[in-house]
Write a protein that binds this ligand. Structure first.
Ligand SMILES: [Zn+2]
Length: 217
């Protein structure tokens, strides 16, 4: 394959010229890095992820919580981690120390799917609500992965240079002023609204994602 424009590091993984294999680190925004980190034991004694059989993880990543679709993640851990905090629910979902792998778009989609407001305080969240949120997170991330992600941006492409098409499946994100599809299905009228959120945006339905009564903002 040709060299990508922003190819920074190339590791040859095979010495066979008839079967070349490379790991390429391509980074346009220079947010990334590459370094060697010693392995440490996982805190729960389970394998570190879907691709590993060993119960060990690079030390530099040991503080990161399990990914949404990690087969070794226990949904109960999400409930425990959320109840331990008193922060806004959406902030908690984006906190990689609580659950990892969820970005701004997917947080909005999962919250919409679960019918929960991102402004809810995690200290008040009930077990059935966390169950709904967990199911929504797994569903959204699984579907997004199958679709190759959500790209509004040519930077986010797969190894073949193709961008994802999950943006066609969005129910909340980017739909400001458009009808909430679930409310419409239930014979109600409601428009998706956009709120400022940590320098970005939160898209949500004010009707089927009821806000907490007192919102400190
Ligand atoms: Zn709605």
């Amino acid at each position: 394959a040709h060299d990508e424009k922003h190819l920074k590091v190339r590791l040859s993984l095979s010495e066979r010229s008839d079967f070349p294999s490379e790991l390429r680190f391509v980074d346009q925004r220079i947010f990334g890095g590459m370094f060697i980190s010693p392995l440490v034991a996982t805190t729960d004694g389970l394998p570190a992820g879907a691709g590993s059989l060993k119960a060990s993880i690079p030390q530099a990543a040991a503080h990161i919580a399990r990914d949404v679709i990690d087969p070794h993640r226990k949904p109960e851990d999400l409930y425990v981690a959320l109840r331990k905090k008193t922060t806004e629910l959406k902030r908690a979902i984006l906190d990689q120390g609580i659950i990892s792998g969820v970005g701004n778009i997917y947080a909005d989609e999962a919250l919409w799917q679960a019918g929960l407001s991102g402004l809810r305080n995690t200290g008040t969240i009930r077990r059935p609500e966390v169950q709904r949120l967990n199911d929504a997170l797994v569903d959204v991330m699984t579907r997004a992965l199958a679709a190759g992600g959500t790209s509004f941006d040519s930077l986010y492409v797969n190894v073949n240079g193709a961008s994802g098409y999950f943006s066609r499946s969005l129910n909340a994100y980017g739909r400001e002023g458009k009808a909430c599809l679930r409310c419409r299905e239930n014979g109600r009228e409601s428009l998706i609204r956009r709120d400022p959120f940590m320098g970005r945006s939160s898209y949500n339905c004010p009707v089927c994602q009821p806000r907490p009564r007192r919102t400190r903002r």
